[in-house]
Design a protein around this ligand. Structure first.
Ligand code: FES
Length: 146
């Protein structure tokens, strides 16, 4: 009985919890583009891929990848056109630029890492793919990240 108030005080404050997850309206991103939002102090990329970008990502499933992962493991469930990624290079933490590099995904200007249209590392010093956060699809147009 006495322990509960103490434990309750140790829970995160409401404003902290609010930052732990965010909702996003997918209609804010148009085909071929990405929107960047802030989540837990980091940039979050929400990309609406074209059919050509999806095809390129799926085609690369059988390539020799440094951090092997199929495109189907990375896009929103049931929505291959949408990718949600933490926009932090897995080398030393710079923010990669949209549409850069020869794989049409992202290019990190700090040391030249190149990510494909699935956010997978294809070239350069980064050891891992861009992180895919936990995402829940709430409706046809809304998602919750975190
Ligand atoms: S921080 Fe991106 S390549 Fe080094």
């Amino acid at each position: 009985m006495v322990a509960w108030p103490l434990v309750d005080q140790m829970n995160p404050a409401a404003d902290t919890l609010a930052l732990a997850s965010i909702e996003f309206d997918l209609t804010k991103v148009t085909e071929g583009m990405q929107v960047v939002v802030k989540w837990r102090g980091k940039p979050l990329f929400v990309r609406y891929r074209t059919k050509a970008e999806i095809d390129a990502a799926v085609h690369a499933d059988n390539s020799s990848l440094k951090d092997p992962q199929k495109d189907g493991e990375r896009h929103l469930e049931g929505k291959p056109e949408y990718l949600v990624l933490v926009g932090v290079c897995t080398h030393l933490g710079c923010v990669p630029t949209f549409g850069g590099g020869e794989y049409g995904g992202w290019f990190c200007p700090c040391h030249g890492s190149v990510y494909d249209t699935s956010g997978r590392i294809r070239k350069g010093p980064a050891p891992k793919n861009l992180e895919v956060p936990a995402v829940a699809v709430l409706s046809d147009t809304r998602i919750k990240v975190g």
